[in-house]
Design a protein around this ligand. Sequence first.
Ligand code: URA
Length: 433
Amino acid sequence: MNILEIIAKKRDGEKLSKEEIDFFVKNYTNGVVTDYQAAALVMAIYIQGMDYEETTNLTLAMAKSGEVLDLSELGMVVDKHSTGGIGDKITLILMPIIAAIGIPAAKMSGRGLGFTGGTIDKLESIPGYNTSISIEKFINNVKNIGISLMGQTLNLAPADKKLYALRDTISCVESIPLIASSIMSKKIAAGAEKICLEVTVGSGAFMKNVEDATKLSETMIGIGKLANKETICVLTNMNEPIGYSIGNSLEVIEAVEALKGNMKDDVKAIILELGSYMIKLAGKGENIEENKKLILEKINNGEALAKFKELVQNQGGDVSYIEDTSKFEHAKYIIPVVSNKSGYVKTMNNEKIGYISCNLGAGRMKKDDEINNKVGIIIEKKIGDKIEVGDILGYIYADDENIGNKAVTDLIECYELSNEFVEKQKHILGIIK
Ligand code: URA
């Protein structure tokens, strides 16, 4: 078998066999297949697509390319994953709630790249919080206090790590077979029994419409079935940022507020929907409405916030920052973004908002870029809000005045206003099982 034949086959629209996919994944992981050969094949897959069998074979080959974790000793672990978004702090809020309910919350998260943020960067904005603990400690934490959130220290799905970084540099991220296999290979290798996926849809997501998001969801659910991991997808709206903050410590502060019960409608809708399906998958409640009530109870009685504090303390974080979030150091400049027009917010360029936050230093364009935890954006107005001239659209948190001022101009450009009334956005766009 040789890589040139495999590339040519896919280039010409033919189907790849399991052996050919295994050959490519194995030899790309060990460096025999070069980046430029892999780039050619990935571009061919992007253009020609892959059928369901090929996508499943690619997923399983990538899942087996490194270590595969076994979490069965923890009981019924339900993993949660988002396909990526702007201001997505859902994991920080949801996992302590799940743990407070008594479901083992063992989750490995990633770092942010490009316009989307990463949970691990957010957690690391809490002074002392250690995201790179050993697997033994990770498992022991879950046994002892019911929760651990860590980065990917294990060599999980290294083929995906390489391929994802490559796709990012050749404009080949937005492909259903490539996204489905990337996510599911990591989830299969991470060892959870069941999987709940937040599939984001809209201008700040890889899937721009519900039809494509449904196809992606159905592909991932099908792969989950074959791998014996029941999977449910919740389609969430990403035409505007989730909640009101974007940036690492700003999002931790919002997450703490949410755990106290102070949640924006969109955050609340996503937490209730995803959480109630995670409870169902864990076998702890068949009735979705009852599950939602249970989640609210765990927030209102303070158990969810107490669990978050326990998590932070247990992983070396300074819990006094959670008790008093005003302790988080602020950016040097907090600049209001003032509207010079009136009307209803019709659209927000959410992807651009992600890039503005990245340019401020809250995210990274290249994988080795340094993150600045203090900077970011606070959003005051979203789609459907009425705006008068002089109203504040949001605030830019910047450490550099020039970069901050540029972000102000850029954020204003992200808002498209209309003279006509505009409905508020729906937050949950579908459940695919
Ligand atoms: N998230 C992933 O993990 N992989 C993708 O390809 C896209 C989003």
